[in-house]
Design a protein around this ligand. Sequence first.
Ligand code: AMP
Ligand code: ZN
Length: 459
Amino acid sequence: MKPATVRLYNTLSRRKEELRPLDDGVVTIYSCGPTVYRYAHVGNLRTFMLPDLLRRSLEYLGYRAEQVMNITDVGHLTDDTFDRGEDKMLVAARLEKKSPEEISAAYTEAFLDDLGKVNIRLAARYPRASDYVPRMVELIQQLIDSGHAYEVDGTVYYDIASFPAYGKLSRNSPEKLMTGVRGEPDPRKRHPGDFTLWKAAGENRLQVWPSPWGPGFPGWHIECSAMSMSIFGDRFDIHTGGADNVFPHHEAEIAQSEAVAGHPVVGLWMHGGLLMLSGTRMAKSAGNFFRVTELEEQGFDPLAFRYLALQAKYRAPLNFSIDGLAGADRALHQLRDRVREWSAESGSVDETWDARFRVAIADDLDMPRAMALVAELVHSDLQPGAKAATLLAWDRVLGLDLGRKEAARELPPGAGELLQARERARADRDFAKSDELRDRLAGLGVTVIDTPDGQHIKR
Ligand code: AMP
Ligand code: ZN
């Protein structure tokens, strides 16, 4: 079957465009991945959900997708911190008394676990920046040779004046690029907006590589040019990231990759909206974040976060709240209950409903519309078996584990009655009794957590 037409919003053109893969039927996707010096938070996970939804949707519509996600294990994050010489990987290594390799290995593992919790399927490959440093050095040398970069005292800068299209992704003018630079301009730069490709090692002794300009380490932006072009060559279909990656990270990537290739490398740029917490961006550095494991400890199903995220357009900012999550958790459990009931009857996927679902996901991954369709289907008079079959098919895209047998069915004998008794004790505000029942449940291996939304169980 010929894959359906898919339209996706391209950050570069500010329009929805028809996806036309370079290779018929296989879509190549490069996704900016995590920096692994700390745990990922659910804001990061929202950004990583974008390529997951993209792949699941494309596959549902008849494409094959090949996704690569990089792991940034060289800890230089932004030009800002970079120029202060602050290296987050090294800071973490010092604080935790471990080597940078141990730090990145531990947080990479935690990152992969977190992905699993929210049903983000694994990419085909996870290249690590530290494995591509020679390729970065090669690219930087090519940029110097072609007049796009210059070296001062062992540090190499990209000369943004050499690339007239600089600013085309973020629509930043040179004036705005100037004002975007904080603090004292670096006197060694020709233009305050020039960014660092290679940094002289200086005092650093860890994570240092040899180069034609002396020992040092690569800037953050060159990592993604090197990895994406090493793996996919000088053209691939889609590049994803979070909205905060548009500038400077992806603007710089375009300047580097296109200067070397001589033509656009990326077919379509997709950016996920930020996750906010009480009006400000959820951020590792600001410390205002939740890990998915924390939500789980509070008794929520990690997939409730996925459900919550699906209710917003991927490009829109989304405000995170525990109340919102509790609502999503409730709705998710109800939906699973219905699917379980309806699965008792046999039925097959309803083509008319499914056609509507396909239209929604093919229109720039319109998940809010897909979720509205889920609700409409639930309340429709379609035969129950067909409802279940249709929802389970859609779940290949939604990833909500709708076919899961709910925990209530898997409880050890006696636990169900204890839970009910505890529910009553809580309603009667008999806390001594409810504590006693909690201990008895713990004895059966059932951990109960109280939330504003009632008692949740964890096993
Ligand atoms: P980091 O590990 O800090 O490099 O972040 C990994 C990815 O998460 C990047 O692509 C960011 O764009 C994205 N990201 C960071 N903070 C948020 C947030 N609050 N909401 C959504 N995505 C975010
Ligand atoms: Zn990147």
